[in-house]
Structures are given as structure tokens and as C-alpha cells.
Design a protein around this ligand. Sequence first.
Ligand code: ADP
Ligand code: MG
Length: 313
Amino acid sequence: MERIVIAFGGNALLRKGDDQTFETQADRAEQAFQKLAKVIEDNEVVISHGNGPQVGSILLQNESAVRTVKPMPLHACGAMSQGLIGEMLSNGWDRVRFRLGISKEPSVLMTRSVVDPDDPAFSNPTKPIGPYYSSDESARLQRLKGWKMREEPGKGFRRLVPSPIPVDIVERNQIVSLLREGFLPVASGGGGIPVIKTPAGYTGVDAVIDKDLASSLLASIVEATTFIILTDVEGAKRNFGMENEELIGKVTAERLQRDLDQGQFASGSMGPKVRAALEFIKRGGKKAIIGSLDNATKVAEGKSGTIIEAGSL
Ligand code: ADP
Ligand code: MG
């Protein structure tokens, strides 16, 4: 039996052309779990996931009801998305396990990621979130709330928030306990709710944590042997989108680091996955795999995807 952290990409809940209803997302979750039933049954597995479209919708709802309901801060919207997605994933996994007679129950954890208040990201917000605003509204929000705004030509102004690096997980002991007790924990959703440690406890901060980096930290903290990132491509590719594009199969951390340094992986998508996989190996993890959700069964068996191992091959 192995201990494995599996990070779901956006396509585990929504694909291009899907309506965004609750049921569609739960159906997608069920399809994803169907492929992973055996690996979940046979191993200690933690599931992590993104929350981009879902928290985006919550922010829009906040915005459109601003006159009647107090809008919640971004970190609280993150907490809402963990609960929402947690229900979708729980329903999806329960359907699969009832069908197959698997007793392992899902357990969704509100999870907080600790960030450093001195993280340079706080003085340089880069991550656009929420609705688009007009130029007037944007100026008002900047004045009133101190938000940093950026114009996206032709679309309007959007709020920019910091994307700090997660350094710890508040609920780490709970996750490990759940694993030992035979549950399927769902943790660090959407990168975890960003908090800073204060003498009095923890305080939520308005930031967005990269879900790949947060899952990587999660994998190290629970001492997983394998960290799997499932997304919508077969793996990391060299010369992506070009004629000489090449899927990277088995690769050493050292070689992949060189590809990363050479700029082979786009910063908002494959870059953070490769970085997250390498961080896991650097912290002592044995194996990290970036693969496609559609091949999830093979990926979990280590037979598909970009397979990163420590040392030389
Ligand atoms: P997720 O929701 O799973 O995090 P992302 O869209 O963030 O998905 O990342 C996956 C995407 O990364 C792929 O669909 C692909 O378009 C893009 N990508 C960028 N650079 C590369 C690369 N070098 N190799 C493979 N995919 C890449
Ligand atoms: Mg992504």
C-alpha cells in the first residue's frame, strides 16, 4: 500500500461546452473517480482540486447581490468553494463506491494554507480574479477598498490579488488521522484558504494560492510516496504547440529542471505543475507524475504521463 496525493485539474469538474450546473459537475467528478476506484481502494489517497470557475461564480454572486447581502471576503469565498466542490466530489465518489462495493468514505476538510506575510507576492499582486468592472467602478474600488486593478483590453478592469507560496497546512494532523482511519480525505481545495499566523491564531487574507503548489506541499506534509497531477494533456511537453513537440515520459528531476529553466512550460498552466512536481521531489518525495485525467488509471499505475523521479535514470 502506498500513500498518494492526487490533484484534480479543472477538467475533473468542468469541460469546454459543459453547462455549469451542480449535477454536471458531480457527474464529471463521478467519471473521474470511476477511473481511480482501484487505486483509491488499494492505497491511502488524498484528493486535492482547483476551484477557479467555482470561486469565480461565487464572486459574481457576491457582486450582484451587493446591495442586499454583505459580500464575503475572498478567503471566505474560497472556503465556500471547498464546501461546494467537496459535496460534488463526495457525491461523485459515493456513487462509484456504492456501485463497486467499496467501503472507503470521503471526508471533506476545510483546509487552510499558511502563507508568509512577508512573501514578496503581497507587494506585487498578479492574479486576476472575479468580475470585469467599468473604468469608473474600477477607480471607485481602488479608492474604497485599496484593490489593485488591471485593464484587460476590450473586456474591462479586473481585480489583481497576490499569489503567495504556501508554507504549511493548518489541518495537517487531521488529514493524516483521516488517512490512518481509512477515509478518503479531500483537502487543500483551491490551494487552501490563505491565512497568516498571528499571536492570536490565524487570519484569512485575500490571496489565491496555486493549487499545484499547495497539493505538492500537501503531498510532502503527509509523506506521500507519489504525487499525481491530473490535467487535460498527456503530460509535460517540450516545444509545446510546435512541429517538434515532444511528450516527456520518464525523466529525472534534474533534466526537467533544466527544461523548466529554459522556459519550456507556460507560466499560468504547465509551469506551476512542473514546479510543484520538482518541489515535491526536492523535499524528498520519490515520484511525481503529471498526466491526463482521461488516462487516470494508467497514470496511477505509473504507465502514462510525465514521470519524474529523483536521481539519475
Ligand atoms: P488545470 O486546470 O489542470 O490546472 P491548466 O490549463 O492550468 O489545467 O494546465 C494544463 C494546460 O497547460 C494544457 O491544457 C496546455 O494547454 C498547457 N500547457 C502549457 N505549456 C505546456 C507544455 N509545455 N506541455 C504541456 N501542456 C502545456
Ligand atoms: Mg491550472
